[in-house]
Design a protein around this ligand. Structure first.
Ligand code: HOZ
Length: 429
């Protein structure tokens, strides 16, 4: 049996950094990444046979836990019928219909294979539909690794201290305006000066790539007004939050707080694929009809609407749409955050957390950060120590403080209690 260390050494010989996505390399926290061998329910097992309670859940998709029987059955059945056709199928219509039924702002949707692809395509469509070039994004929001969006981004870029990637020509990002999250004065000033040139404002409504930071209600409400007034599109990146913080995503949460609230476009991923490579972008019929073959904005993909991935996504959406699913998931996630806060209080450690649906975050700080700068100022060393102490106790948290955490329906009250007990020990140590 190879150890994690042996596998990591071997991986580094053939894969840059030993990983296929940078955050997995544990660079932020140090140490050896765990090489995962299998997963079931709320647990994953590494190459050494060590079991962990999994709070990453493949960075969000595994909302039902790993190996849910209904999803497994749907995937197995679909795989027997063929892996990929590069042609339309009935199942992709069913998935599109399911998405549209759950997200009222989405009248039409196109399926793609990854969140990056969805974000990049949404951006092109917003520019094509408005005939404008400038886009607004916010510091610490991560919208995948398309060039124009890789400026002052969160997630892995924050982890490695290169918030803007090398290899992105200045010319390509000269139309990308980067503002501070939750800063009303900045967005007002930007629209006052350049409103007529702005194609879209793209944001994570609850940012999950600078840990967990909510857009404030006044900020969101004013963003909506400004976009409408200036003819810019409001694009919600719900790759993380979609079908995860509520059945209708973060936009359903904001619609409860801001009457009539809707974004113009939505970028989706993770949960809609249930763990398979599947993502989507959608919006009003007006905007979506600008896409080829109807309109002049080109976008395509060999594996788009893949029959096995759509089966996985559909089965997942069916399960999370059952009555009471989100109430139970929210309650469980809240109990985790309350437990972590309680354990920290007992240890006299400043820790504050927040959650929505099955997504959560916590900071070693006295109050919840409102933007990336404040997240960066929270206690990173303490997070890293905590991360390793939890890992040693069989709890698998995201290996960087810039990432949100995820609870699944498979996490039991006992799993939460065991996690809180581990936190108690980790914080006292
Ligand atoms: N960008 C993801 C975290 N926000 C990491 C994806 C992965 O490593 O799988």
């Amino acid at each position: 049996m190879a150890t994690n260390e042996e596998l990591f050494a071997r991986a580094q010989r053939v894969i840059p950094g030993g990983v296929n996505s940078p955050v997995r390399a544990f660079r932020a926290v140090g140490g050896t990444p765990r090489f995962i061998q299998r997963a079931q329910g709320a647990y994953i097992w590494d190459a050494e046979g060590q079991r962990y309670i999994d709070y990453i859940g493949s960075w969000g998709p595994m909302i039902l836990g790993h190996g849910h029987p209904a999803v497994l059955e749907a995937v197995q059945k679909a795989a027997l019928d063929g892996f990929s056709f590069g042609a339309p199928t009935q199942r992709e219509i069913e998935l599109a219909e399911a998405i549209i039924a759950l997200v009222p702002s989405v009248e039409q949707v196109r399926l793609v294979s990854s969140g990056t692809e969805a974000g990049m395509s949404a951006l092109r469509l917003a520019r094509g539909a408005t005939g404008r070039s400038k886009i607004v994004k916010f510091e610490g929001c991560y919208h995948g690794h398309a060039d124009a969006l890789l400026v002052k981004a969160g997630s892995g870029l924050a982890t490695f201290g290169h918030p803007t990637s090398a290899g992105v020509p200045a010319d390509v990002v000269k139309h990308t305006l980067v503002l501070e999250y939750n800063n009303l004065a900045q967005i007002e000033a930007t629209f006052a000066e350049q409103g007529r040139e702005i194609a879209c404002v793209m944001l994570e409504p609850i940012a999950g790539n600078m840990n967990f930071v909510r857009a404030s209600v006044p900020f969101m409400s004013r963003l909506r007004e400004l976009c409408t007034q200036h003819g810019a599109l409001l694009v919600f990146d719900e790759v993380m939050t979609g079908f995860r913080v509520a059945l209708g995503g973060a936009q359903a949460v904001y619609a409860q707080l801001i009457p009539g609230f809707r974004p113009d476009m939505t970028v989706m991923g993770k949960v809609i694929g249930g763990g398979m490579p599947l993502a989507a972008f959608g919006g009003t019929k007006d905007v979506m009809s600008q896409l080829a073959p109807l309109g002049p904005v080109y976008q395509a993909g060999t594996l788009s609407g893949n029959p096995v991935a759509t089966a996985c996504g559909l089965a997942t959406l069916k399960e999370i749409g059952k009555p009471g699913f989100f109430d139970a998931l929210s309650a469980r996630t809240q109990s985790l955050v309350a437990g972590l806060e309680g354990a920290a209080r007992e240890a006299g450690v400043p820790l504050v957390g927040d959650s929505q649906g099955g997504m959560f975050g916590f900071f070693f700080a006295d109050g919840l950060p409102q933007n990336y700068g404040v997240v960066m100022a929270t206690d990173k060393e303490r997070f890293n120590r905590f991360f390793h102490a939890m890992l040693q106790r069989g709890v698998y948290l995201a290996p960087a403080l810039y990432e949100a955490g995820f609870v699944s329906a498979a996490h039991s009250a006992e799993d939460i209690a065991a996690t809180v007990q581990a936190a108690r020990e980790a914080l006292q140590a």
